[in-house]
Design a protein. Structure first.
Length: 104
């Protein structure tokens, strides 16, 4: 397993994604649901409006299953940077939550 700092641009309103999280529909997806649920719930918004989070993943290429099932429906320009576990979260911990940031 590897850990990644993920950066992505939201495409449109993320309210439907938030509803999936709130209903627990992402957490039950196998095999990645619990990790993706945790990552998205804790995602941050950087000053340029990008969503950022740390994700652990087994896929090659990274996030392949997550993109196909969820991420590509809500985000574009998804990029990953390999990090040590927890280092991605440490880099973004001072940023505001993606879910409380006003959208342009």
């Amino acid at each position: 397993m590897a850990d990644y700092l993920v950066k992505a641009r939201a495409q449109g309103d993320l309210a439907p994604l938030r509803r999936l999280l709130d209903r627990g529909e992402i957490a039950v997806m196998r095999p990645f649901g619990q990790a993706l649920d945790h990552s998205l719930r804790n995602a941050r918004a950087d000053p340029d409006g990008w969503a950022v989070w740390e994700e652990n993943d087994y896929c090659s290429p990274p996030l392949a299953m997550e993109r196909a099932a969820v991420l590509d429906a809500y985000f574009t320009n998804i990029s990953v940077e390999r990090v040590s576990k927890g280092k991605g979260w440490a880099r973004i911990e001072d940023l505001p939550s993606l879910w409380t940031t006003p959208k342009p």
